[in-house]
Design a protein around this ligand. Structure first.
Ligand SMILES: Cc1cc2nc3c(=O)[nH]c(=O)nc-3n(C[C@H](O)[C@H](O)[C@H](O)COP(=O)(O)OP(=O)(O)OC[C@H]3O[C@@H](n4cnc5c(N)ncnc54)[C@H](O)[C@@H]3O)c2cc1C
Ligand code: SF4
Ligand code: SF4
Length: 367
């Protein structure tokens, strides 16, 4: 099921090719893809299959985007988190003769002409320039920075984000308190940090953090059965059958508390104290934890705005790139979380659809 959307994309692509809907080879076309997350990699691979030449640029030194930082959350079985797909995509893109990847790159200019004239500085500080026929913005998202929220992030060592936890689990395999390296006995997850928050005008649901927290809780309990895990939430967003399966397997092993803590304190014995109100009991409660994990969500990647503006893309009210604005920007496309919150498989499916849009655009130009 995890790969259903990917399979559908593959089927559509091959059906189009077989029906003669799209020219099976377009060797005279060149596309710039900005961003090498799972969306950029997928768009590159799908276009390269049609002999389109792809220049893929990535501002970081390593390719793969955020998904590459995630840990495998398999317990006895694979829990279908999607994290390992990115490694497959990297291998496929790196080895494809039609794809040239530049990482550690700074895009310096992009000018719309007949196509687009691109200049960038590569990781050896050398200037590069090329002309392309289309541009795909696969510039991804920014995880919400919780520094200004009253949860003690960066003030208390043992308040971390879900991304910090992903990296720690990937590196060490076990959860430890950053303050003293001890194994925590009580962990709290706080959901919806930076999402569904009217004070920030972030009204969207990030879609991935409920599933991610529950998979993480299941992995931690699997490795350390005595660990007590509580999840503070507004309501649990269920996306897809895999989510429901995971939820059914974990919900009796974690405490689900329908409240979001107001304030977070450090006690003298270096525990984290959460204060929260339980509407059902009309009661203010406080409780001590060894580690608090903030489930930060997906927010727009503002560093891509100047590029988007130069090629005629606008942002929506929520400030993700607006797919509607592509209608008046021929040759410009956007894939993955650049246009809004998506899971890894949704980003892959979206990137497959965008590759088709690019091919159709070339086809229309040709006819
Ligand atoms: C805490 C957390 C947990 C998650 N857990 C899961 C999970 O368990 N399962 C799941 O399916 N999904 C999960 N997700 C969502 C997942 O991370 C995204 O679906 C996926 O990473 C989206 O890929 P992308 O390519 O759109 O964006 P990204 O991964 O953000 O990749 C974008 C790339 O573009 C590059 N870039 C940006 N601007 C520029 C520029 N100007 N020039 C060049 N390069 C640029 C970036 O450096 C980056 O490498 C989680 C997200 C978060 C925040
Ligand atoms: S990374 Fe996720 S999808 Fe891949 S094997 Fe592990 S649990 Fe399964
Ligand atoms: S997925 Fe869950 S934690 Fe994330 S924003 Fe939506 S409801 Fe909140």
């Amino acid at each position: 099921m995890l790969f259903r959307s990917i399979t559908i994309v593959k089927w559509i692509m091959s059906a189009k090719r077989d029906q003669g809907g799209i020219e099976s080879r377009m060797p005279d076309k060149k596309v710039l893809i900005i961003g090498s997350g799972v969306a950029g990699l997928t768009t590159a691979i799908e276009l390269a299959k049609f002999d389109v030449k792809v220049v893929l640029i990535e501002k970081e030194k390593t390719v793969g985007g955020y998904a590459r930082q995630f840990t495998c959350k398999a317990t006895d079985d694979c829990v279908k988190c999607g994290a390992c797909i990115v490694e497959e995509k990297i291998d496929a893109a790196v080895s494809h003769p039609n794809i040239t990847i530049y990482s550690g790159v700074c895009l310096t200019d992009i000018v719309k002409k007949d196509g687009f004239a691109i200049s960038f500085v590569d990781r050896n500080h050398e200037k590069q320039a090329c002309e392309v026929d289309a541009v795909v913005m696969a510039t991804g998202f920014q995880p919400f920075d919780p520094i200004d929220k009253p949860f003690g992030y960066k003030r208390f060592d043992d308040v971390i984000t879900n991304l910090d936890l992903e990296k720690r689990l990937r590196q060490d395999g076990v959860v430890k308190r950053p303050s003293d390296g001890s194994v925590p006995k009580k962990i709290a997850f706080i959901q919806c940090v930076g999402s569904r928050d009217s004070s920030l005008n972030h009204l969207w649901c990030s879609k991935v953090c409920c599933g991610s927290a529950l998979r993480m809780a299941r992995l931690i309990k699997f490795r350390e059965k005595s660990m007590e895990i509580s999840v503070f939430y507004i309501d649990v967003q269920s996306f897809g059958k895999d989510f429901q399966n995971n939820y059914d397997l974990i919900k009796d092993q974690v405490r689900m508390i329908r409240a979001i803590p107001g304030d977070v304190f450090l006690t003298d014995d270096r525990k984290i104290k959460l204060e929260y109100y339980l509407p059902a009991l009309r009661k203010q409660t406080e409780e001590l934890f060894d580690l608090v994990v903030l489930s930060v969500g997906i927010t727009p990647n503002r560093n891509a705005d100047p590029i988007a503006e130069k090629i005629g893309l606008k942002s929506t009210g929520s400030e993700f790139l607006d797919e509607q604005s592509m209608v008046s920007a021929p040759g410009v496309f956007a894939a993955g979380t650049a246009t809004g919150p998506k899971s890894i498989t949704e980003s892959i499916a979206d990137a497959g659809r965008v590759a088709l849009d690019v091919l159709n655009y070339f086809q229309t130009q040709h006819n």
